[in-house]
Design a protein around this ligand. Structure first.
Ligand SMILES: NC(=O)c1ccc[n+]([C@@H]2O[C@H](COP(=O)([O-])OP(=O)(O)OC[C@H]3O[C@@H](n4cnc5c(N)ncnc54)[C@H](OP(=O)(O)O)[C@@H]3O)[C@@H](O)[C@H]2O)c1
Length: 287
């Protein structure tokens, strides 16, 4: 029956994986290839990695005691990751680590991003505890907003030291470990890294610098298998610059939303890299 139906066939398409060939038979019953279609070129290893779970991967987040860093920590913990958070003060770091409520998955480390040696010690501590580092998120940041006439050199130095040199220090301290794990470095810049505004000289300079810095680092390390992304949020409801979030901030991005972006980036197929992610409130108050 099968032979009989084959004899009646005039055309046959043969498919192997995503490639296929169409054969046609002439009146002398000779088959010839009439067209060939190549499927998309797919690296099967990469496709398999897309579905890798984040479970037990490790992350180091600078400035995780509150705000965006804390929100990212919560999101990664929900995915089963182990997360180290840092801040300047041992007490507030311990308090935040305990509030995250997953003692087996959280380490709190007091380490100022302005101090390269402190960043190196913090990364070494993560390696001692968990054996590897998969993700580093350079999030810690501060803001001083004043016109150039009023901006002091102390304020300028603090903003540049934390927001820019601090990220450099975190990168230098974590890079070898990220190369070893083929990991991911993310920086938290800002829409202030592409939009300038009055009274923003120090903050704009730090975040414009950070966007350029991160993209250059991305090019430096991508052939080591390390992905690098800068996330550029607009207004997020946090304690930034001494603010206390309230119901009036409901229109703003929430820290957990940045956490969701981080998780989505980590789950992105490794062949694709959203290297710069702008994110803004979808419906800010009309001016
Ligand atoms: N909120 C926004 O609207 C917004 C928008 C765009 C971008 N961002 C950026 O997002 C990042 C996080 O800000 P956030 O809004 O979450 O502010 P936040 O609520 O004030 O949190 C800032 C975090 O950074 C830590 N930190 C500050 N200086 C540090 C230092 N020298 N060393 C280590 N940790 C330090 C703080 O920890 P301790 O105080 O405990 O030391 C805290 O955990 C910053 O880079 C900011 O520029 C914020």
């Amino acid at each position: 029956m099968r032979d009989r139906s084959l004899r009646l066939l005039r055309e046959v398409r043969v498919s192997v994986a995503d490639d296929s060939c169409l054969f046609s038979r002439n009146s002398q019953s000779e088959w010839s290839l009439i067209s060939q279609r190549r499927g998309p070129i797919i690296n099967k290893t990469l496709i398999n990695r897309q579905f890798e779970m984040l479970q037990n991967k490790t992350a180091f987040i600078t400035g995780g005691t509150k705000g965006i860093g804390y929100g990212i920590a919560e999101s990664l913990i929900k995915e089963g990751m182990k997360v180290a958070i840092t801040g300047r003060n041992a007490q507030s770091v311990a308090k935040a680590a305990s509030a995250l409520g997953a003692p087996d998955q959280v380490i709190g480390i007091d380490a100022d991003v302005r101090d390269l040696a402190a960043q190196e010690r913090a990364i070494q501590y993560v390696l001692d505890q968990w054996g590897q580092l998969d993700v580093a998120i350079a999030n810690a940041g501060v803001g001083h907003f004043a016109s150039i006439e009023e901006l002091t050199s102390e304020q300028w130095n603090q903003v540049i030291d934390v927001n820019l040199t601090g990220v450099f220090n975190t990168t230098k301290a974590s890079l070898n470990s990220l190369k070893a794990s083929k990991g991911y470095l993310m920086t938290i810049a800002s829409l202030a890294g592409t939009n300038f505004f009055a009274r923003g000289a120090a903050y704009n300079a730090s975040k414009f610098g950070l966007v350029g810095y991160t993209q250059a680092v991305m090019l430096d390390v991508r052939h080591h298998g390390v992905k690098v992304t800068t996330i550029m949020p607009g207004s997020v409801a946090t304690n930034f610059n001494g603010r206390i979030p309230s119901d009036a901030d409901a229109w703003k991005i929430q820290a957990e939303d940045i956490g969701q972006i981080v998780v989505d980036l980590l789950k992105m197929n490794p062949r694709t890299l959203p290297s710069k992610v702008e994110v803004r409130p979808s419906m800010p108050p009309k001016k």
